[in-house]
Design a protein around this ligand. Structure first.
Ligand code: IPM
Ligand code: MN
Length: 363
């Protein structure tokens, strides 16, 4: 497996280091050979190479099976136009890699249920997967820009039938391996793109008679996520709706720091935690590395096709949480451990070592 590693900005390098630690530990156990190359993206790339996605980074993608990304975003560039900011590096990379289906799972960890902003009886049993279309809609539609006088601005939301079909198929395929239900989310009461979306998803559903399809308007979906999250299995939606809903779904778990994502369907798969660069806590060794570590598990499942190795990581995460280990974001007033300590713990568990062995080694 050739992996291009992009630690990025803020807490990105800290959490990526732990993801690699765990990945390497599991690779050793499952005899997976991993070769990594590091490159720059985002604010650090602007600073060191003058561009949020330098040519050297694009060259580093050549021959790679997957990209593992930390985070992108740096408040010192907040004054820049959208097309100069660190985030544009991420968007250009997504286009370059070609993955159009962004998978963002969100589930209730039994041991963390009391960290959720939702009541236990509402949240318990939640296990959903957002499939966010990643290469279309308002993010990339043209024309876009500011009016001549700078007193107006505009963006374009557009989708083709092909763009909707290909991501819908990914959602239905994934639903087959889950609870066989797809909820397609749109704003078909207002937007033409959403009417096309709904019609196209309904057409594709005919190829998947074993999967149940329902439709929700995005505002209603936002509401159901907090009132009845267990109603969802696979949530299929366009780019911006998916961006917003996936933060909402993520925070239900107790912390945005827990959530992983995979982007598939293109030439090179991309894996990144859902959280951002969190500049306020960067460099303090307190960020939650679980989102990044779980992204490495998704890499093993989706790119390496090694479900066992992925489960080894996921079980190690479950175990660390079940035993009460917490980073500061989920410690809710209790004891917390550092980013590094959490990564080391999960790496040892994934490699088959026990907590007592870990303790005896002075960690
Ligand atoms: C995400 C992020 C990005 C997005 C930003 C950083 C461009 O919020 O991955 O959800 O909007 O897609
Ligand atoms: Mn987002």
């Amino acid at each position: 497996m050739k992996i291009t590693v992009l630690p990025g900005d803020g807490v990105g390098p800290e959490v990526t280091r732990e993801a690699l630690r765990v990945l390497n530990a599991v690779a050793a156990v499952h005899s997976i050979e991993i070769e990594t190359t590091e490159a720059l993206i985002g604010g650090c790339a602007i600073r060191e190479a003058g561009s949020p996605l330098p040519d050297a980074t694009i060259s580093a993608f050549e021959g790679a099976d997957a990209v593992l990304l930390g985070a992108v975003g740096d408040p010192s560039y907040d004054h820049l136009l959208p097309n100069q900011r660190p985030e544009i590096g991420l968007l250009k990379m997504r286009q370059h890699l070609g993955g159009f289906a962004n998978l963002r799972p969100s589930k209730a960890y039994e041991s963390l249920i009391d960290s959720s902003p939702l009541r236990r009886e509402v949240f318990e049993g939640t296990d959903l997967l957002i499939v966010r279309e990643l290469l279309g809609g308002l993010y990339f539609g043209t024309p876009r820009g500011f009016g001549d006088d700078n007193n107006s601005a505009f963006n374009t939301m557009s989708y083709s039938v092909d763009e909707v079909e290909r991501v819908a198929r990914v959602a239905f395929e994934l639903a087959r391996g889950r609870r066989k239900r797809v909820t397609s989310v749109d704003k078909a009461n207002v937007l033409e793109t959403s009417q096309l979306w709904r019609k196209t998803v309904t057409k594709i559903a005919a190829d998947y008679p074993d999967v149940e399809l329902d439709h929700l308007f995005v505002d209603a979906c936002a509401m159901h996520l907090v009132t009845n999250p267990t109603r969802f299995d696979v949530v299929l939606t366009e780019n911006l709706f998916g961006d917003i809903l996936s933060d909402e779904a993520a925070v239900l778990t107790g912390s945005l720091g827990m959530l992983a994502s995979a982007t598939i369907g293109g030439q090179i798969d991309l894996f990144e935690p859902v959280h951002g660069s969190a500049p306020d806590i960067a460099g303090k060794n307190i960020a939650n590395p679980i989102g990044a570590i779980a992204s490495a598990a998704m890499l093993l499942r989706h790119t390496a096709g090694n479900a066992d190795a992925a489960a080894t990581i996921e079980n190690a995460i479950d175990r660390a949480l079940a035993e009460g280990y917490r980073t500061a974001d989920i410690a809710s007033g209790g004891q917390s451990i550092s980013t590094t300590a959490m990564g080391e713990l999960i790496a040892r568990y994934a490699a088959g070592n026990s907590a007592s062995q870990l303790a005896s080694q002075g960690n």
